[in-house]
Design a protein. Structure first.
Length: 153
């Protein structure tokens, strides 16, 4: 098991938000995290320069029952916008299948331990590369869409 060096810890000002610990950029030796831990959370995640580039970040509501919704990310997808249904998600163990209608993929939820989701990996938690890093989980999903920036982008 490799040592996880948190080079980025983001404190969230939203009540109920969990700051995530950043991990290495490959997925060798990570721990499987059950995808079901994302149920009824707003997942704020990014890839690459996503902390500064809104087009490389996600603010997706993982509703129980498998419906994905999205809060705006900024710039071309303005903060404060809201779409109730952009697709679906299906967790099976730590594998999460995403389906957006025109495209679909499966990512693997991984972390430093089995209860702390930190990254999505392309092939497994034991090989491959990190495709997205979780910045924050907002739990529970805010009850109102008037909250313009629950991910604190």
């Amino acid at each position: 098991m490799r040592n996880f060096v948190p080079h980025l810890v983001i404190a969230a000002s939203v009540a109920g938000a969990w700051p995530a610990t950043s991990m290495a950029e490959d997925c060798s030796g990570d721990t499987d995290v059950p995808g079901s831990v994302l149920s009824d959370t707003l997942v704020c995640a990014y890839k690459g320069d996503g902390l500064t580039n809104p087009m490389n970040r996600w603010s997706e509501m993982h509703n129980a029952g498998g419906v994905l919704g999205e809060w705006g990310r900024g710039a071309d997808d303005p903060q404060g916008t809201f779409t109730a249904n952009i697709g679906s998600w299906t967790p099976t163990g730590n594998a999460i299948a995403y389906d957006y209608g025109d495209y679909d993929y499966t990512w693997y939820l991984c972390g430093p331990d089995a209860s702390t989701p930190a990254v999505f990996c392309r092939t497994s938690c034991n090989s491959g590369d990190v495709v997205a890093t979780i910045k924050t989980l907002v739990d529970p999903i805010p009850a109102t869409t008037s909250l313009s920036n629950p991910c604190n982008w």
